[in-house]
Design a protein around this ligand. Structure first.
Ligand SMILES: [Zn+2]
Length: 206
């Protein structure tokens, strides 16, 4: 639902982390703006670099924002003890809500009317990757000035299906940084494991 008089042509801002899913979405959706946020996560520099390369290759506008909250994180991404509130090593309380809020501010600033996020079906293991989370956050955004839309076009797709749908080239996807632990792929964290599994499923393993 868009306010009266507003174009039905969407102007999307994509949250681009530089991982497989958001890179595939950048290639598929060709958003008006891609935003990468350094929120104090350990792999931030590698994510920023991957995102910048992808945007350069795809000819997309790239914005970078520093909004560091390292002291509030938990688990692998923060280099802290894991949170007792989740059994997943990469859990960081309210992370997606925080990132979507910042992305919404940037969307208003850059004239975008929709925030696009790279949630895929396997992210449902986190409460902030669930359909309910998306539903309620969508309502929260719609309630406010700007009535921004929130979309997760790959919410029902696996990463492999998303990559195939996107037609992203192997050379662009090769920039993906998936490790949760730091700037160099550790090979063992859930992010690295997912990276290997998706590349193997696609037949793009090196
Ligand atoms: Zn890793």
């Amino acid at each position: 639902m868009r306010p009266a008089g507003k174009s039905w042509e969407m102007s999307e801002l994509l949250l681009l982390s530089g991982g497989i899913d958001s890179i595939a979405l950048a290639a598929w959706r060709r958003p008006s703006v891609c935003l990468t946020i350094d929120y104090g996560q350990r792999p931030a520099q590698a994510e920023l670099q991957a995102s910048a390369q992808v945007c350069q290759d795809l000819g997309l506008r790239h914005e970078v924002l520093e909004a560091k909250i390292p002291g509030l994180g938990s688990g692998r991404l923060a280099g802290e003890a894991e949170s007792p509130h989740s059994k997943h090593a990469e859990f960081w309380p309210f992370r997606n809500q925080y990132l979507i809020t910042i992305a919404s501010m940037m969307a208003m600033k850059t004239g975008c009317d929709t925030v696009t996020i790279g949630t895929v079906v396997t992210d449902r293991r986190h409460k902030d990757g669930s359909e309910a989370f998306l539903h309620y956050l969508r309502l929260v955004l719609l309630q406010q000035e700007g009535a921004l839309g929130l979309q997760a076009p790959a919410a029902n797709l696996t990463s492999e299906q998303l990559v195939r749908q996107s037609n992203v080239s192997p050379s662009v996807l090769a920039w993906a940084h998936s490790c949760h632990s730091g700037p160099l792929a550790c090979g063992t964290c859930p992010g690295c494991q997912k990276h290997s599994e998706v590349m193997a499923a696609l037949g793009w393993s090196r």
